[in-house]
Design a protein. Sequence first.
Length: 647
Amino acid sequence: MIILSANNIIKTYGVDPILTNVSFHINQGDRIGIVGANGAGKTTLLNILSGRLAYDAGDFFVSSNTNIGYLKQSDNFESEKTVYEEMLAIFTELINMEEQLEKLSHEISEKSHRGNDVTKMLHEYDDMMEAFKNRNGYGYRSEIHGILNSMAFPEECFNKKISVLSGGERTRLALAALLLKKPDLLLLDEPTNHLDIGTLKWLEQYLKAYGGTIVLISHDRYFLDQTVNRVFEIENHKLVTYEGNYTAYAEKKKLREADELRKYEHQQKEIQRQEEIIRRFKQHGTEKLAKRAQSREKRLDHIERLDKPVAPLGKMKIRFKQNYQSGNDVLLIRELSKSFGSGERERQLFRHVELDVKRGERICLVGPNGIGKTTLLKIIMGDLQPDQGYIKLGHNISFGYYDQEQNILETENTVLEEVHSAYRLYSDTEVRSLLGRFLFKNDTVFQSVSSLSGGEKARLSLLKLMLSGANLLIMDEPTNHLDIASKEVFEEALQDFPGTMIVVSHDRYFLNRVPTRMIEMGEDGIVNYLGGYDYYMEKKQSLGSGKSYLEELGQKAGDDAKTSASSMEARRRDKEAQTQQKRQEKERKQMETSIADIEAKIEWIQSEMCREEVYTDHERIASCQSDLNRLKELLSETYEAWIALHD
């Protein structure tokens, strides 16, 4: 069943076309991802679908009684209520029904006690009770708790005023409110911004089981693969529909572009051949050939000419270089701890953090929001001081920093001034050439930094990072706001970078391509995992840690999505199960951390033994072999102890 359709929609801003003859339909239950470069018109289309923006021409149809919910990219939730009060307000009708049921129950009790006939009232009470039950009257409070917890709002935040929340928290709250309302058509503009990996997994599971229709904009390729079954691509003001998820779209797009180019080139060759024949016929000047030339000209005029495939928009050209090489030992961290506040308001972020970084490593930090990943980066940079522990930097270390909020950009500068003020040795011509590589062309270099979009600010920050020549790149969510094409170029540049990098990211596609080591941060320190995101997840499961914050949220999502109501008895059983689970996990945690640490040390020693300067040195290779044998024996003993915990 079609719930929404558009036919030849046109939208312009001034003389600039945004959407040209856009046509599509959306079926009930569709999961649609809208992709395209920054500025292609994705948000414009979503605003048209939501009714917030008028279109200039075309036909637009929405099925009657379709309830539409819309999450804007930066939904600055405004309210004077607390977090929980705002969520409760969504269920005002159910709360009123609850009060009416209580009042009616009291009246029935009083009249029955006086001997009055209450048959009619009992029927009314039963009907109201059935309606209350069908609308999840017994489970809506549990549903509020589940959604808020899954969107990283623990119960201690429920009484927090919305006015004091950060921008990211308000956007997450707006998403939570929208999911609780359960509209028939859910429109989401970059819903994965401000979400950690655990919450992303939860949202994926929730959307998979969502009963309505979903249309979302996202640059998160992993998220699109998990959630959508159709892709709308907006490119060169037009919309093309692809069946399947993001991976299927990427493959089909390549085939479509190759096929269109082949057909166009074939037609051009045929047109040139016919024109040459016509020219030759006319050249001979005979009446018979002249008629044949006219006949061919008429046939040629009636050919439906194919448009030349438009070349894809320019891609960012980026290459990271280091001005000089650092020493082999880049960074050593021992027993690092950090908390904020004091007394009863003191909040521990992390403690016992230990990290040893070698030259050439590409390290990615993951962990729940609020655990202190950005704080750790700032401590490494020297912008914050730890409460305990110390950091030792290696020889010849030079930092390059990417701030996810782009606070290091001067908003009053123009784009040209921003680069030129930091790198004065470059001429204006050289700076403009560099800016062109990052898609700042013509008059865009004279725009103020404050007027740039999130994606444009991200590209400008990456240009400054590239020019820094640093050998240690510290990056906080660098792929946020980048479109898919820019992400791919950026990832390739990082893979070719000869220096060292430490990155905070929730982009799982990025986490599969870039890191050589992943580090999961928790309150009691870090756990190392060699390799990318998929290996990290497999390793956690193989170690029996399937109930980490990632999997807990993923499992919880499946449960919450299958049923929105739960009885008091079910809640009691869940609480008991959680208590038992926490007790068991606490016993296993130290053992699992030890196993991961030993395995990381073994892999490190094995890689060291492959280096020429080590295996040609008899003393060093003997020492390494001794350490390796000792660690393997210790690993075997630790695994036996760990297995015993599970028996």
